[in-house]
Design a protein around this ligand. Structure first.
Ligand code: G3P
Ligand code: MG
Length: 230
């Protein structure tokens, strides 16, 4: 099962506050080969947070994009931690696992691409990055030198038309969309299939049986354990 990838979803957010340094540290400590995180850009700074608004994951109020960087960085994102910058996450990771950067906010493709290029100048391998987004037009603006994952949440008539227009490396599917035929066709076309968010042990096993290439999980230890059993 060495080729099956485990992506720590928002770190190990079943155990630690999502998209915080403690969550990413836990995923790495578990031996997770990849972490996934969500990014916005505010005043030129890449910030790691999932929602458009602040209420669910911080003690703040309002929208991320309507807030100042100073305000955002003053907030508690869980257990007394700040909303991290992408640079802080990269420093924590220090090349120990791959980074799946999900472009969540507007106009993130270019600053993320530039930042990842700067990491490559510091010894990271470009294959340690996967850029993904539900916003395919934003993802299309990312540096084509980095791998792209086309995210899908709902059934669409043709997953492969979108993937092809993005020159995608992978299709990243909601678990409700996964079917054997789709997985097989993706593989025939040379695409990886990654599935989110897979937390229950029987669902992890089902994904392994379906032949997908990896899963995003809030509980990376469960995936790593299932891989050991397979
Ligand atoms: O990239 C997989 C997954 O993170 C996509 O959904 O809402 O958790 O960002 P979401
Ligand atoms: Mg995400």
């Amino acid at each position: 099962m060495t080729n099956f990838l485990c992506f720590g979803h928002r770190g190990a957010c079943g155990y630690e506050p999502e998209n915080t340094l403690s969550s990413f540290a836990m995923a790495i400590d578990m031996g997770c080969p990849w972490i996934e995180l969500d990014v916005y850009v505010v005043e030129g700074e890449l910030l790691v947070i999932h929602d458009d608004s602040l209420e669910r994951t911080t003690n703040g109020e309002g929208d991320v994009m309507a807030s100042s960087l100073t305000y955002l960085r003053s907030l508690d994102a869980g257990a007394g931690q700040q909303i991290p910058t992408l640079r802080e996450v990269a420093e924590l990771v220090d090349k120990r696992c791959g980074l799946n950067v999900e472009l969540k906010g507007p106009d993130t493709a270019l600053p993320v691409s530039m930042f990842l290029a700067s990491l490559c100048d510091c010894g990271w391998d470009g294959y340690q990055f996967l850029l993904s987004s539900f916003n395919h037009s934003e993802l299309a603006k990312a540096d084509p030198g980095f791998r792209r994952g086309a995210l899908f949440q709902k059934v669409v008539p043709d997953y492969f038309a979108s993937a092809s227009s993005l020159s995608a490396y992978s299709i990243n599917l909601s678990r409700n969309l996964v079917a054997e035929k789709l997985v097989d066709e993706a593989h025939t076309r040379g695409l990886k299939v990654y599935v989110y968010t897979v937390n229950e042990p029987d669902e992890i096993q089902r994904m392994i049986r379906l032949g997908v290439d990896g899963v995003f999980s809030d509980y990376p230890d469960r995936v790593l354990s299932a891989m050991g059993d397979s």
